[in-house]
Design a protein around this ligand. Sequence first.
Ligand code: SF4
Length: 356
Amino acid sequence: MKKHANIPIFVVHMGCPNQCVFCNQRLISGTSSFSAGSVRQQIEQAVETLAGSGRRAEIAFFGGSFTGIERPLMRELLDTAQEYVDRGVVQGIRMSTRSDYIDEEILSILSRYTVSAVELGIQSMSDDVLRITKRGHTVEDTYRACRLLREAEIPLVGQMMIGLPGASPEDEAHCAQKIADMGACAYRVYPTIVFHGTELAEMYERGEYRPLSVEEAVARMSAVMEILEEKDVYCLRAGLCESDNLHDPDSFCAGPNHPAIGELARGNLMRRYMERACEAEMTKGTALQGERVTFFVPVGKASAAAGQHRGNLLYLRAKYGIKSVKIIEKPEQIGYNIKIDVCPLHERRGGEIPCV
Ligand code: SF4
């Protein structure tokens, strides 16, 4: 299957007069300025890198509120991107923006271009959390934006955050549920990180905000991922990118900063499904205590199923008194569908994680 690649163009806080308490877009976009003239050059470079890879590519305007940019510049950027679509070099254009920057006028502009998705920074579906984080829009704005995108048949990607000030795990579960209900085809979930120079950093210094630990963030990310995966909403990203200045002490202040936090969350999610499979087996009357148990998981999921340092396998052994656990990838297992077998399998094959 051909993989998808974004050609990211960071518009760096352009089009956004807001200052959400957690945002320092100039830092997290990894660049400090934006030059419209450099866009063509950035696209050319990326296209050259992707040449021959067979990957489907889209030009992605990220890092600000694209649909809030002044119209002449926004059209100029879209015209440039569309040229590459028309030449067949890339397949579409996507952009990130805010819920209150989607309206009929914007959609009539976007309808003239090959827009493959709008990534909406939803962040929370609690008006209290939106107020505390100074998002500058309401839950109602998000409902309206999603409805307009749906009517315009533009695919929606929902972006949400966990660990925002004032947000509970229940608020986050509610947000994930709403993203699915509003018809998102995909999602991104980010843990809240405190960056220097933000209002959140001041709240943290004053003791008004406690960032999540890595363990808390992993558990809360996997909880929302479970809701979204159950509704077949595809995960585009869990966790911030390596390029998000998380290693720069001048930028990173506090929070669940782990380079593999998305992988940890996926592992945690797999563990939940493996536990469910164990419980279902025991409900059928199968004893797991002292047995050798094999989990059949989808192709590519063995590593997440094993967990970091095989933590999931050790956890399951301890919880159910299982003698040994083995993981085997099977093409017939799809998504997070897991089959369990208590018969021992001895021979080693590809895609297999041996017993612990
Ligand atoms: S809307 Fe986005 S770009 Fe604007 S301040 Fe908030 S997080 Fe930053």
